[in-house]
Design a protein around this ligand. Structure first.
Ligand code: PMP
Length: 291
């Protein structure tokens, strides 16, 4: 584990560093009682945090959307992340900032929670074993739909991931690695923890934000990379038919990076092997993050 001291790992809570085993918050915290809070998943490569500003901006937007005030400025939170990585001697790893509504009573009234908790955890991560990047994933559509945009909008990265966890369970029961979630209109939304892309006759296609998805930072990076390579990118509503008849399919996410998909609902996608466009984009993406 490169540059990572397993013992003596520190966790940040409200400006103080705690030993991992002593990093605790109240059982009355509404983050625990109701999933009332927001979070981010960030990676660092070679000692540099990838897209830190974008992740901090998204965290603050998620918080704003649920009327949660993060009790420190963006710059201070960003610095706390960088400092914690240094303290934990982590060069290639994963960072999890969490902001909860804080301690309240057992009722739902958020006004009773006066003390939001700011937590930063750092760790190492490998989402899928290496073989899946070579061989591709087998995914399936699931009955659990993505949150309706008029409930908690999927653009909010809230602590309430139960819907996505249920979707992932359905996929696991069907012996698939990921769950493809549809939206309330039956269109393709995204996977339980990743955005989805299709390649069709050289075009890159992905559902638009108003399909009810998280605006993935990896998604945005891939769109930029593709446009930079003069590839046409369409953010358009997609159906399962589009997935089954695509030449290539891949998922994007901070943890997964870019991972090919070769099967969906028992249908082979394209040749059934990770595609050339996916491979090129993955190469470009990995070069960018390691820059
Ligand atoms: N969709 C969902 C539901 C997610 O939880 C995530 C993050 N794991 C993503 C997409 C990908 O977002 P990002 O590229 O910003 O990590």
């Amino acid at each position: 584990m490169r540059g990572f001291r397993r013992d003596n790992v520190k966790v940040y809570i409200n400006g103080t560093l705690h030993e991992k085993d002593d990093a605790k918050i109240s059982v009355y915290d509404h983050g625990l009682l109701y999933g009332d809070g927001v979070f981010e998943g960030i990676r660092c490569y070679n000692g540099k945090v990838f897209k830190l500003k974008e992740h901090i901006d998204r965290l603050f937007e998620s918080a704003r959307s649920i009327a949660l005030e993060i009790p420190l400025p963006k710059e201070q939170l960003a610095q706390a992340i960088v400092d914690l990585l240094k303290t934990n001697g982590l060069k290639d790893g994963y960072i999890r900032p969490v902001v909860t509504r804080g301690m309240g009573n057992l009722g739902l009234d958020a006004r009773k929670c006066s003390n939001p908790q700011v937590i930063i955890i750092t760790d190492t991560i490998a989402l899928y074993p290496a073989e899946f990047y070579d061989r591709g994933l087998d995914i399936c559509t699931v009955a659990t739909i993505r949150n309706h945009p008029d409930a908690v909008n999927p653009r909010v990265k809230s602590l309430n991931y139960l819907n996505n966890i249920m979707a992932r369970m359905e996929a696991t029961l069907a012996n698939c690695q990921e769950a493809l979630m549809l939206n309330h209109k039956g269109e393709i939304a995204e996977c339980s923890g990743d955005n989805i892309f299709l390649v069709k006759r050289g075009l890159l296609r992905t559902p638009p934000l108003d399909a009810g998805i998280l605006e993935g930072i990896t998604r945005n990076t891939v769109i930029e990379l593709a446009k930079g390579a003069k590839m046409e990118v369409q953010e358009i509503p997609l159906t399962r038919h589009d997935v089954y008849t695509a030449d290539e399919c891949f998922l994007t996410g901070t943890a997964a990076e870019i991972v090919p998909v070769v099967k969906c609902d028992g249908r082979m996608i394209g040749s059934g092997k990770p595609g050339a466009v996916t491979g090129k984009l993955r190469e470009r993406f990995m070069a960018l993050v390691r820059q």
